[in-house]
Design a protein around this ligand. Structure first.
Ligand SMILES: Cc1cc2nc3c(=O)[nH]c(=O)nc-3n(C[C@H](O)[C@H](O)[C@H](O)COP(=O)(O)OP(=O)(O)OC[C@H]3O[C@@H](n4cnc5c(N)ncnc54)[C@H](O)[C@@H]3O)c2cc1C
Length: 389
């Protein structure tokens, strides 16, 4: 076993940290306050190749794996970009570089991957519906075969960046639940182009990830050509598990980057804030919770990188990716909470950015997968306890 990072990963991290110096805390704060898309970051990330890490070389990418993708998402978040910067990378690296690349048709790869790698297209991923969140099998968005393709009708909710997306990787039903041969049968995944009459988006003003914005999306006879089907019709669940694992690894990485960012700020503040004639950081009541947060972030990082490594070996990593998501989210939340406590009243000042990270980090306890569902998975799959639902 070798825990040493290879030279390429070290260089990648260094170059990202250098790259992120262009984007100040004020920049990210402004995007958040104004609910404004970080266009300059997006363009610069495209130019520097950050959007192309997992896209194969033949489509204009670097052909690297989830380990490098995780490293990149962690680093952009840690350098102040937080959830917005990390999530923007995830769109191309996971929804494109993993999902379309591993399971899409040749035509879809040729059509979408070069655009994603160069930042000329933005994509979203849609599975949540008003009546189907953690219960994906209850989705009602329906795709019917018609005119050499599929026609999609239904509604999705909370779809991040759908209002800016050129296409949405969408989970649909191609066989109604009551006629499906098994629990997972009847689910399919399709790439739906948004620049058509049948796709309408409406913004939701939420508490987290304000720079990106989530949306309600309506599909009304939206057309999907045959080549935009990802994986096999009715058997989309297989490729969805790939996406879910990669998404968990990504959000763990972003959580860890966010956690490190707030922790670093808290440590600096603890060293410099003088109360009762000495730095508050000399009190163990301030030190120990920060030390605990650091320890928990480090442990969660090991599990995240292990999951990414397994993913790149083509091995099952569902348990590891879910444990990583749970632990990274919790460790980051603890770091953010302790950062506010360390800052005292100043932790609530918008100019210190801690509250923005606090809001954003809170998301990871709920999305993309709520903690309860991770615990359900660990209990039933790893501990083989009876399923409760
Ligand atoms: C800011 C934001 C961005 C998002 N972006 C996207 C996106 O881009 N694409 C997308 O598809 N979705 C997105 N989502 C949706 C997100 O993935 C869902 O909110 C999440 O999966 C939970 O689904 P739900 O909200 O329907 O909760 P529900 O399914 O209604 O569950 C509510 C609560 O009950 C708990 N619960 C339910 N059943 C059980 C059980 N058997 N045991 C224990 N607890 C249970 C859940 O864990 C949860 O805490 C986003 C959400 C937010 C807030």
């Amino acid at each position: 076993m070798n825990f040493d990072e290879n030279e390429d990963v070290i260089l990648l991290r260094r170059s990202i940290s250098e790259f992120m110096k262009r984007f100040t805390e004020e920049y990210w704060r402004r995007c958040d306050e104004n609910r404004e898309f970080p266009q300059e970051y997006w363009e610069a990330a495209a130019q520097s190749g950050l959007l192309a890490i997992t896209i194969p070389e033949e489509y204009g990418g670097a052909g690297l794996g989830m380990y490098e993708a995780a490293t990149a998402m962690m680093e952009v978040a840690r350098c102040g970009g937080g959830l917005a910067a990390g999530d923007l990378l995830m769109r191309t690296l996971v929804f494109g570089g993993v999902m379309i690349n591993r399971h899409g048709t040749k035509e879809a790869k040729e059509k979408y991957l070069p655009k994603l790698a160069s930042g000329r297209a933005i994509c979203s991923f849609a599975h949540t519906e008003p009546n189907a969140g953690v219960n994906t099998f209850d989705i009602q968005t329906r795709a019917e075969k018609r005119n050499g393709g599929y026609v999609v009708n239904g509604q999705k909710i909370w779809i991040t960046l759908a209002h800016k997306a050129d296409f949405i990787v969408t989970v649909v039903r191609t066989t109604p639940k009551e006629k499906a041969k098994s629990k997972t049968h009847g689910i399919s995944v399709m790439i739906i182009d948004t620049k058509q009459e049948g796709v309408k988006t409406f913004k939701i003003h939420g508490m987290a990830m304000r720079a990106l914005t989530s949306n309600t999306v309506y599909f009304e006879d939206a057309f999907v050509p045959e080549e935009n089907v990802i994986g096999e019709i009715d058997r989309g669940w297989t490729c969805l598990t790939t996406l879910f694992n990669a998404e968990r690894i990504s959000t763990s990485s972003i959580s860890l980057g966010c956690g490190e960012y707030v922790l670093n700020k808290a440590v600096d503040y603890a060293k410099n804030r003088i109360i009762f004639g000495r730095p508050i950081g000399s009190n163990q009541a301030i030190q120990f919770p920060l030390a605990e947060a650091k320890a928990e972030l480090e442990v969660a990082k090991l599990m995240t990188l292990k999951a990414a490594w397994l993913f790149d070996q083509g091995r099952d990593c569902a348990i590891e990716a879910n444990i990583a998501a749970l632990q990274a989210g919790r460790a980051a939340m603890k770091a953010a909470d302790r950062a506010i406590q360390t800052y005292g009243g100043m932790g609530f000042a918008l100019d210190n950015d801690i509250e923005r990270f606090y809001r954003d980090i809170r998301l990871f306890k709920t999305a993309p997968v709520p903690e309860e569902m991770v615990l359900n998975l660990i209990a039933t799959k790893l501990l083989q306890l009876p399923r409760s639902f």
